[in-house]
Design a protein around this ligand. Structure first.
Ligand code: MRU
Length: 350
């Protein structure tokens, strides 16, 4: 794997989480050290740490670090305070299921280990590191399954950033691209800019370029043109929550790319680990879509506001892609094809 920046880690003492501040990329590589829950909450909210799986890993580390300040407490008050911190952290962003998944796993670990709290704190660090290691291993498997969908010379369209900055390791949507590149295949990636927060422009094109992968950054409204020109052989995107029927939420603009792909007859895949599948959400209709500050649309990344203050703006951060537009879901256990309702269950609910 090519050299990567460290996205999220625990400090040596285990009482702080160190993150790469992704709002500063691609021009500045700056790190933040977080020790208190409000600053961790804010780091998620402001997208200093972002991308569904990376948020999950961050949440594990955050709870392990916060636990250190509670280690003098007897078990019952430790658990009460630990759960309250986790519940509050869970309110930072609603759409990616990985956040609540990781927080619930850390809470369950505490419930299952009624032991001396100093010992429990040490074990929580191990549990958080396990979440990270499992995530890396899942991305490796996603790379192996995903690369079977690619051919020499393929053009691939991706939206937002589901690379190592969002998911660590190989990333998810980028995993087959990294592996194809390692195998010496020639692929060309078109990276949608991803308005309004520009994760595709600032992050995906940056990380693929640094890895030596042939990448072209395009504005979101150019996707139809490159498809029509025959430059795209498949679309690969990440996911923030996959419902039981295969509908999935991902960055705003993803469903548009899926509709275009259908029109041009191009296969469209979403790639994600099992921690992104939410069997408690029957369909995409039940997925809560994060609404962000409307001013991000007109002001963020510009020197001056580009839309008059008085004009209304609408800023949903995610959309839901209907399962009927999806050719396959690439997971660490294999590629799931339609009918998703049945086949997701078969693979993950044995
Ligand atoms: O708002 P972000 O930057 O956290 O959104 C990221 C995306 O939508 C990614 O494509 C998604 O999290 C999948 S990353 C595996």
């Amino acid at each position: 794997m090519s050299k990567q920046l460290e996205v999220v880690k625990l400090n040596e003492k285990g009482d702080a989480v160190i993150i790469l501040d992704q709002t500063k990329l691609p021009n500045h590589e700056e790190y933040l050290t977080l020790t208190k829950e409000p600053e961790m909450w804010q780091a998620i909210k402001l997208l200093q740490v972002r991308g569904a799986p990376a948020i999950g890993v961050f949440a594990g580390y955050a709870m392990a670090a916060l636990a250190q300040s509670l280690k003098e407490l007897p078990y019952d008050s430790f658990k009460e305070k630990f759960d309250a911190l986790a519940d509050h952290l869970n309110t930072s962003r609603p759409t990616a299921v990985n956040l609540s998944w990781a927080l619930n796993r850390m809470k369950k670990f505490v419930s299952d280990h009624k032991e001396d709290t100093a010992e429990l704190c040490a074990d929580l660090i191990k549990e958080a590191k396990t979440i990270n290691a499992e995530n890396l291993a899942m991305n490796q498997k996603i790379a192996e399954y995903g690369v079977t969908l690619l051919h020499e010379g393929d053009g691939i369209l991706t939206h937002c950033n589901a690379g190592y900055l969002a998911c660590l390791g190989y990333g998810t949507a980028t995993a087959p691209m990294y592996l194809a590149h390692e195998k010496g295949m020639h692929i060309h990636v078109y990276s949608d800019e991803t308005r309004p927060l520009l994760q595709g422009a600032r992050l995906t094109s940056y990380e693929l370029y640094k890895a030596g992968i042939d990448v072209t950054s395009i504005c979101d409204n150019m996707a139809s043109l490159v498809m029509k020109q025959g430059k795209i052989q498949c679309v690969m995107v990440g996911c923030d929550r996959i419902a039981a029927n295969g509908d999935f939420a991902n960055k705003i603009g993803t469903s548009g790319a899926a509709i275009l792909a259908k029109y041009y007859g191009i296969p469209f895949y979403t790639l994600g680990p099992s921690s992104t599948i939410d069997f408690n959400t029957p369909t995409g209709k039940e997925i809560k879509i994060e609404m962000r500050d409307p001013e991000e649309v007109g002001e963020m990344w510009y020197k001056e506001p580009m839309i008059l203050k008085e004009i209304k703006k609408f800023n949903p951060s995610f959309d839901v892609t209907d399962h009927e537009l999806v050719s396959g879901i690439v997971t660490e256990r294999g590629i799931v094809y339609p009918p998703f309702q049945e086949n997701l269950k078969k693979l993950f609910r044995k």
